[in-house]
Write a new protein. Structure first.
Length: 363
């Protein structure tokens, strides 16, 4: 029987920072490690879990591995449902500890890492698991643009230009709390940045993290697997020393960080091309307070599924796998995460935007 503690890597970061891309990279380069994955998403459509299923998840039999080693929690906030959602999954993993080498947890972009890490101090979890590291992803171009600038003058200037970027928004506090819990910070999407922008982001991040925590630049989350796993930080033993905006959980065990500020809705419709889908989604982002877009497009004549992800007006897309026989290839579906979102209004707006951006499918 296995007696060692199973290492757990918690991947956190703001909406669109590249967490799922990093997870895909780790799983695709697992080097034989048997990895169990817990995905915590905000919204009813399990986009991230679906993307990760195509990676094999630490097993030669891809289908069996995905079903057996992927645990999806759709409540959107692990930090507030540790007992109800997270603990039962850890019990299941404990029963299978002899067949697991490592656990990856991808939090939603709205989750606070600190309460989750503190849960690893519970006796039944502490005896079997240890937090190898909290890895915090940062969207480099977004941070470089000053979206989370600590300078009050810069923040006030941005607030006047866009009220959604007010320093008092819970978004800024979430960003800082995710950084303060980090054992490793990855500044992602550096291919979209110059050296000066990278220095600017590092200067923004450094005051929010302990001196010993490294800041590592990356593109598409592509880092040596040894730099990501095996850090042996035992974060559960020191997490109580990390500063956070939201204090201790209240009597109900919930940290107060304004979950009601965020909405998640799903829009769906047939699309004719990649360009049409992205143009229509960009129209929605321009008209509504939408922080994050992710979903799958079914393109006419395409045998493979197109993953579409967006932050602000920046979108990327790629084909991840072939459509399966039982899947609906007539409708494309996208999750929109933001504030004050109406599902009915956005569905109508999406259909209207598609009609206005109707373009022929590209060969």
């Amino acid at each position: 029987m296995q007696t060692r503690k199973i290492p757990v890597t918690v991947v956190t970061g703001f909406l669109g920072s590249g967490k799922t891309t990093l997870m895909r990279h780790i799983l695709s380069n697992a080097q034989g490690k048997r990895i169990a994955v817990i995905v915590n998403e905000f919204g009813e459509l399990g986009i991230d879990g679906e993307i990760l299923k195509g990676c094999g998840i630490g097993c030669d039999d891809e289908a069996a591995s995905a079903d057996r080693n992927l645990y999806e929690l759709a409540n959107g906030c692990l930090c507030c449902t540790v007992q109800e959602e997270f603990y039962p999954v850890m019990e299941q993993l404990l029963e299978r500890r002899d067949s697991i080498d490592h656990v990856l947890i991808e939090t939603s972009g709205l989750a606070l890492p600190k309460p989750l890490v503190q849960a690893f101090s519970w006796p039944s979890i502490r005896n079997a698991f240890t937090v190898d590291a909290v890895v915090t992803m940062v969207d480099g171009p977004a941070a470089a643009s000053g979206q989370f600038a600590a300078n009050p003058v810069a923040v006030d200037a941005q607030r006047k230009a866009d009220p959604n970027l007010d320093h008092e928004s819970p978004l800024h506090e979430l960003f800082e709390d995710q950084l303060s819990s980090a054992d490793l910070v990855i500044v992602n999407k550096t291919d979209l940045m110059d050296a000066e922008a990278l220095r600017k982001v590092e200067a923004l991040v450094r005051p929010e993290i302990p001196a010993e925590v490294k800041i590592v630049p990356a593109h598409m989350g592509k880092l040596d697997i040894h730099a990501l796993l095996g850090l042996e930080a035992a974060s559960e033993e020191t997490i109580h020393l990390r500063h956070d905006h939201h204090g201790s959980p209240d009597e109900a065990g919930h940290a107060d960080h304004h979950h009601d500020e965020f909405d998640s809705v799903v829009v769906h419709a047939p699309v004719e091309s990649r360009e049409q889908a992205i143009a229509a989604l960009q129209t929605l982002v321009g008209q509504h307070t939408i922080y994050r877009v992710k979903g799958f497009a079914a393109l006419p004549g395409a045998a493979m599924r197109l993953v579409v992800q967006g932050v602000g007006q920046r979108f990327d897309s790629y084909f991840d796998r072939r459509w399966e026989a039982h899947e609906d290839r007539q409708q494309s579906r996208f999750v929109l995460i933001g504030e004050d979102l109406s599902a009915d209004a956005l569905q109508r707006a999406f259909e209207a935007a598609l009609a206005l951006t109707n373009t022929p499918a590209q060969a």
